[in-house]
Design a protein around this ligand. Structure first.
Ligand code: ADP
Length: 184
């Protein structure tokens, strides 16, 4: 494995702040932000919609083939932003960030986004029952899974600082971009 940069998953229940974090982290590090939801829509990888919740049913094989065709596993420097994480092969991934949010705050964010009924309920339950955190811990080594709070702008700032420091450390440890003058 000779990746110059790490690959990072940012996951969590819809509304926890994945896009917010991924966009800012991409700007700060120069990494490529992959909004998996957007890729699924743009590339037509959806197999349909769950009638009750309205969420997309994804053709995971097609999605993985697409990701495999990117220099993700060979060069690194990708931020994968999705509300699921366990389908990405372990060997591609160096850090899994699970964003968490208080349920009152999440409720407000999701209703502002127009979520209601079953879809709202399922996502609220998922956050309260830490479904994504458990999924991440089951799919990846414990030491690469980090749970971060995303309730305020200060949280975002603090999280980004922490992750940027982690990226610098990773590059040092892996003889990566810094040594080759590609780092910040
Ligand atoms: P996701 O990508 O996980 O669905 P978003 O990044 O789209 O979540 O965030 C959902 C909404 O919540 C947006 O309006 C965003 O500005 C807001 N938000 C997310 N995280 C925070 C935070 N830590 N502090 C303040 N607002 C936030």
């Amino acid at each position: 494995m000779a990746r110059k940069n790490p690959n990072i998953i940012i996951t969590g229940t819809p509304g926890v702040g994945k896009t917010t974090h991924a966009e800012q982290l991409a700007r700060a590090t120069g990494f490529t932000h992959l909004s998996v939801n957007q890729i699924v829509k743009d590339e037509g990888f959806q197999e349909g919609k769950d009638e009750e919740t309205g969420s997309l049913i994804v053709d995971e094989d097609k999605l993985l083939d697409y990701l495999e065709s990117l220099p993700l596993h060979s060069q690194g420097g990708y931020i994968l932003d999705w509300h699921a994480c366990d389908l990405f092969p372990e060997r591609w991934i160096d850090l899994v960030i699970v964003l968490r949010c208080d349920s009152t705050i999440l409720y407000d964010r999701l209703t502002a986004r127009g979520y209601k009924g079953k879809k709202l309920e399922e996502n609220m339950d998922s956050e309260i029952m830490q479904v994504l955190l458990d999924e991440a811990r089951e799919a990846y080594k414990e030491e690469i899974v980090v749970e971060l709070r995303s309730e305020s702008n200060e949280d975002v700032e603090g999280n980004l600082e922490r992750v940027e420091m982690w990226v610098e450390g990773w590059r040092r440890d892996n003889g990566g971009a810094d040594r080759e003058g590609e780092g910040k």
